[in-house]
Design a protein around this ligand. Structure first.
Ligand SMILES: Nc1nc2c(ncn2[C@@H]2O[C@H](COP(=O)(O)OP(=O)(O)OP(=O)(O)O)[C@@H](O)[C@H]2O)c(=O)[nH]1
Length: 901
């Protein structure tokens, strides 16, 4: 038979590997499908192969997904590496250009070794020789060079006091004083000790002498300039001209008396003084005297440092970016280990998992830690993020700043926004903005633009940030000058600072007689916001949002801040546009309308896009005045029509090349989302909190108490507050009288709390919601039992949970008095079923008034074993007679629920 005629066969174990499943699982499936196979090494036909793949299609999808995430991660890492390399090179270039006269003073360790080893004692090279070592990158020994600590002029953090003692211990070379000032590399410290101390001292002495010689030479040169008028090289002007000079003169003065080289003496004071002067010179801002420039430099420095630190952390691969509920095999792929390793670790941690079982968030964190990684959870959107090409330098242009207004309640945020929106001063045209739009652009000084996010308060700002969208460039902090710095003012400061967004302070209500701006400035300085007039870095403007005073000046300050930030956007018409969803709403006629803040490129009518989990095609773009426009560029807020579904604030809108691509990506995100929703069960449960406490995942048990009376609440709250141990305390986040409502359930869901119902029950909607949210709602009728359960739970001693399973409920619609028997209820079965031996509780307005068993259950005159929903029946309760029309009887049974791990 020809080879190609033979049917293609597949080994079960190979298929299992491809699907990242256990071979046994696949074998079982094949057997179920009637395949005649003996073991996992058996072969199956193509048809069976396809059957397996279609049966395990979800697993296949996940495998593909993980591979893709991994590929993207690798891409990202290499980009980061490239980025940090570029930053390093840029910094080096900057250093070189900023100190043109300076000798390339960073020496490689080898170069230095040579200096030390080959230079004869007492024959230390003259200053020109010191200037010889070549720059780091040029000698191709950057790795070696990195192990040194170059003292870089721009790193103004070097503490001369700290440097001085180290001078005695480490090999030091100094540049000539001509290099002082500006961003200059002064020398290197060889941290690799191990050299003979004497030698080092000697070498150091020699270098110090040479340095002193240079001082003298320089001073002599200067003297020559004075006397002969000859043109000689002067030291750079920066570096606090005056002071270093006097030091130099002083040292020169002393030195002139003796011969330089013969009896070299180390004057450590001179050296440290020079280092100090140099550094203070650097801090003086390269002599330009412009505080703004200096602030900008400092900010840029800080940003760069942060970026580098982030890049380094990432490039060291200490962070594993993973979606919640990843399976062992996905996690294994991301960390470059085998799924077996992960499963073994899980066993060691007391968790029994299979290769495709979804792990919970806490387990992922623990396992990652075991492998030396920090788990960073990403959403399905991030996992499938569209990685944009880097912006080409020529496409970048200055863009308008995006501003958010924050401040305490009633301090005038809305008034300021309203004034800006309506005023001709800034809007530049009459009429102002009447349309409601989550963001709008205003024109200041005729041609300069500012985009305002119309979401006053830090909640919206933080909510967006929580979704990874950092859109705000500048925060205007409104503080009422007739009031004080308030808790929300502090919160706003903290939120802005946490996001690294600069603040411009607006002291509002200055028109009021009680206004006391100075008091506010003092309070602000105590809160870490020192205004410019007081020598701080925060710009401040007194305004009256009501009367329109100082608003133009405030806008001017915002623009200055923006200038300092050098905000740029990609204005290329070629790049696929992207933006952030600021807010969305569903309009009956138009469908979904979203306010989009374009961030990159131009969003055009007709563009297909994805936005979070949804997609669409731009049908129309409108500006803040409701005027249709064909396209919108960076920092431009527009209303966009054409979404298939409602996107969320903070979602990124990305233009795709084709509709098909957009649909594929959105579908992919939806699949992951569904998977997550399906697996989501991270709710705090009383019977599993001991484990969470042990793992350090819980520090506080949040509780909501609903009870029948105030007295019970008080008793419960007092008792619960006393139950706490060193690791965890009980926090009652809400308490109230009456039945458990949907609001209680929502609060519990939002704050990961458990609900304790004391002689009360949830209403129907609350019950459904609690089930949907998988919340732990517990019902008690004895206070002691509540306290006992919580106490035991905290200690991890909670016995197997006796779980209550609701069977059904009925309503009492009539009450009959039957002689000798008592009151009998004529009832209607609302839902579920009731059984003769069911446990029951009687509820009046949601509050439990009886708990026990049925005395009788009848249909017409006959005793019955059960009654279904929709039927009428009669019942009486054991040892309880006080039933009323409208009461609800709930039937339930107690089942033992296995405790979770
Ligand atoms: N006299 C005076 N009153 C002002 C000024 N700015 C705002 N107000 C008044 O202060 C009150 C609160 O102003 P809002 O703009 O609503 O304050 P807000 O910070 O937006 O308040 P919330 O939206 O509740 O957080 C209103 O009665 C305004 O009229 C001002 O410059 N001068």
């Amino acid at each position: 038979m020809a080879l190609e005629d033979m049917e293609k066969r597949y080994r079960i174990s190979d298929i299992a590997r491809e699907l990242q499943l256990s071979p046994q699982e696949v074998l079982l499936f094949v057997k179920q499908e009637g395949g005649k196979v003996a073991s996992t090494s058996s072969m199956v036909s193509e048809e069976m192969h396809n059957l397996i793949f279609s049966h395990f299609s979800v697993e296949k999808k996940m495998v593909d997904e993980t591979k893709k995430i991994r590929a993207e991660k690798e891409k990202r890492l290499s980009r980061l590496e490239e980025q940090s390399r570029k930053t390093y090179e840029k910094e080096k270039q900057l250093r070189e250009t900023l100190s043109p006269q300076s000798a390339p003073a960073v020496t490689t360790r080898d170069a230095k070794k040579e200096d030390v080893e080959h230079a004869l004692p007492g024959d230390f090279p003259a200053p020109s020789v010191i200037e010889q070592p070549s720059p780091v990158a040029d000698d191709g020994e950057s790795a070696d060079a990195e192990s040194q600590l170059p003292i870089i002029g721009e790193d103004a953090v070097i503490d001369p006091v700290k440097i001085e003692p180290s001078i005695n211990e480490h090999l030091v070379s100094f540049d000539s004083p001509q290099n002082m000032g500006g961003l200059t590399v002064l020398g290197t410290l060889d941290m690799q000790a191990g050299r003979n101390k004497k030698n080092r001292k000697k070498n150091f002495k020699e270098q110090a002498d040479a340095l002193k010689d240079e001082f003298e030479t320089k001073v002599t040169e200067e003297a020559h300039v004075d006397e002969k008028g000859a043109v000689v090289k002067k030291p750079l002007k920066a570096a606090g001209d005056e002071k270093p000079k006097s030091v130099l003169d002083e040292s020169a003065g002393k030195k002139k008396k003796g011969k330089k080289k013969k009896k070299p003496e180390v004057d450590d004071k001179v050296i440290s003084a020079n280092i100090q002067k140099t550094i203070s010179g650097m801090e003086d801002g390269s002599g330009t005297g412009s505080r703004q420039k200096f602030r900008k430099m400092r900010r840029i420095d800080r940003e760069r440092e942060q970026e580098e630190a982030d890049a380094l952390r990432e490039s060291q691969q200490l962070i594993v970016r993973v979606t919640e509920y990843a399976s062992p095999h996905e996690l294994a792929e991301l960390m470059g280990v085998t799924a077996k390793d992960i499963i073994q670790k899980c066993f060691a941690l007391g968790k029994f998992v299979t290769i495709n079982q979804r792990l919970d968030k806490e387990s992922i964190e623990l396992i990652a830690l075991e492998f030396g990684y920090e788990a960073e959870f990403i959403s399905e959107v991030e996992a499938t993020a569209v990685i944009a090409e880097e912006d080409a330098e020529e496409d970048l242009q200055t863009r308008p700043p995006v501003v958010t207004i924050m401040g305490h309640v009633d301090h005038g945020k809305t008034s300021l926004l309203d004034y800006i929106r309506n005023s001709n001063v800034v809007a530049g045209e009459s009429g102002g903005i009447t349309q409601h739009i989550g963001a709008y652009e205003v024109t200041v000084d005729g041609n300069r633009k500012i985009t305002f996010l119309d979401t006053p308060g830090h909640e919206a700002f933080t909510a967006m940030r929580a979704r990874g969208a950092q859109v705000t460039d500048i925060v205007i902090l409104v503080v009422a000058a007739d009031d004080s710095v308030m808790p929300q003012t502090i919160e706003a400061i903290n939120h802005a600072k946490a996001a690294g967004v600069p603040i411009v302070v607006a002291l509002n209500k200055i028109d009021k007689v009680e206004a006391n701006p100075e008091k506010i400035k003092t309070q602000l300085s105590e809160a870490g916001v020192l205004v410019e007039e007081w020598g701080g870095e925060y710009q401040c403007q007194e305004i009256s949002a009501k009367k329109g005073l100082g608003i133009s000046e405030l806008m001017g300050k915002v623009l200055t801040e923006a200038e300092m930030r050098e905000l740029r956007g990609n204005y290329s018409a070629e790049v696929p546009a992207s933006g952030i969803i600021v807010e969305s709403e569903l309009d009956k006629g138009k469908g979904v309308i979203s306010t989009v803040l374009v961030q990159r490129g131009f969003l055009k009518v007709g563009d297909p896009f994805v936005a979070g989990n949804t997609l669409g095609k731009v049908r129309a773009i409108m500006d803040e005045r409701g005027k249709r426009i064909p396209s919108a560029g960076p920092s431009q807020p527009v209303m966009v029509l054409g979404f298939e579904d409602l996107p969320q604030s903070g979602d990124v809108l990305t233009v795709m090349v084709t509709d098909r691509e957009a649909r594929d990506l959105a579908q992919k995100r939806q699949v992951i989302r569904r998977e997550h929703d399906f697996r989501r069960s991270t709710r705090v449960k009383l019977d599993s909190i001991a484990r969470q406490i042990k793992e350090g995942l819980m520090k506080e048990l949040s509780v909501i108490i609903k009870a029948d009376t105030d007295g019970s609440i008080q008793a419960l709250a007092d008792g619960l507050m006393k139950i706490q141990n060193e690791e965890v305390k009980v926090q009652i986040i809400h308490q109230g009288v009456g039945q458990i409502t949907e609001t209680d359930v929502l609060l519990a869901a939002a704050s990961d709390a458990i609900i304790i119902g004391f002689r009360v029950r949830p209403n129907v909607n609350a019950k459904k919601l609690a089930e949907k949210e998988d919340l732990d709602v517990r019902f008690y009728s004895v206070i002691y039992h509540v306290l006992e359960d919580v106490e035991k739970a905290l200690e991890g001693m909670l016995s197997p949970e006796l779980h209550e399973e609701s069977l059904g409920s009925l309503e009492i619609r009539q009450v009959f008095k039957v002689p000798k028997i008592g009151n009998v209820g004529g009832c209607y079965m609302l839902e579920g079923k009731i059984f003769r031996d069911s446990k029951v509780r009687l509820l009046r307005d949601g509050v439990q008034i009886y708990e026990g068993q049925l005395a009788a259950l009848k249909r017409f005159k006959d005793d019955v074993k059960e009654v279904d929903a929709g039927y009428e029946c009669g019942l009486s309760l054991k040892n309880y007679d006080d039933i009323k029309v409208g009461d609800i009887v709930e039937a339930y049974k107690i089942v033992e629920k296995k405790r979770k791990l």
